[in-house]
Design a protein. Structure first.
Length: 236
């Protein structure tokens, strides 16, 4: 009996250990699966965040590039308009100088000098109008590197010419504005004389009119058709 009981107890103990080992293995497996799931989820989140960051960076770069191109195009457009305006002004100045040289009496050295200046100014206007701003800057930089002295002298002359051109344009605009204002305002005929209104002076009564010294009163007494005049001095 004792041997059978021992064998039975040993079998139950072995089954218990086997069940506990199975539970432990199951727990380990579930823990491993959970770890793998968490790791996979973390990798997915990291991948999604990385993709979103890359997308945001790409979009930001694209927006910055668009803004840069837009600003560059606006600056180029403004520079082109200013260049065209300067070229037009130089062309007008060259025409005026040429007309002055042609109409000058006797010609001479002064007339020849004005004619040469007119040709140079007209050539500069043609050169400006036939190039874009970037080409102008490239040519100017190249000329400044080759001949710095001539570049400085030309810059001074150009500054003087631009200053005079600006003042001439401003004076012309002012004359046109004055002419427009004079045309809009009606003029009075030459034979019309404007008479200022006569001031009204209030009349002040004299002291005698305000306060009489005496008054004559006349009364007639009844009688046979004969009246008696009674003068009495009434003091006021």
């Amino acid at each position: 009996m004792s041997d059978g009981s021992y064998a039975m107890g040993a079998g139950e103990s072995q089954e218990t250990r086997s069940g506990e080992s199975h539970v432990v293995d199951t727990a380990k497996q579930e823990a491993a699966d959970l770890k793998d799931t968490a790791t996979g989820a973390a990798k997915d989140v990291a991948g999604t965040a990385k993709d979103e960051a890359a997308s945001v960076a790409h979009e930001t770069k694209a927006q910055v590039t668009d803004l840069y191109h837009q600003a560059r195009d606006e600056i180029a457009d403004q520079a082109s308009k200013q260049q065209e305006r300067i070229a037009t002004g130089l062309s007008a100045l060259g025409d005026q100088l040429g007309s002055m040289a042609r109409t000058s009496d006797g010609g001479g050295i002064a007339g020849d000098l004005v004619q040469k200046v007119s040709e140079r100014v007209s050539g500069a206007a043609t050169w400006l109008s036939s190039r874009d701003p970037s080409a102008v800057m490239t040519d100017v930089k190249a000329f400044a590197r080759r001949r710095p002295g001539a570049f400085i002298g030309g810059a001074l002359v150009a500054g003087v010419l631009v200053g005079r051109l600006t003042r001439a344009l401003a004076a012309n605009a002012k004359d046109q504005s004055d002419a427009t204002a004079a045309t809009a305002k009606p003029a009075l005929p030459s034979n019309v004389t404007i008479v200022p209104p006569t001031p009204v002076v209030e009349r002040t009564p004299s002291y005698a009119e305000q306060t009489p010294v005496f008054s004559a009163s006349e009364s007639r007494l009844g009688g046979t058709g004969q009246g008696v005049s009674d003068e009495r001095y009434d003091s006021v």
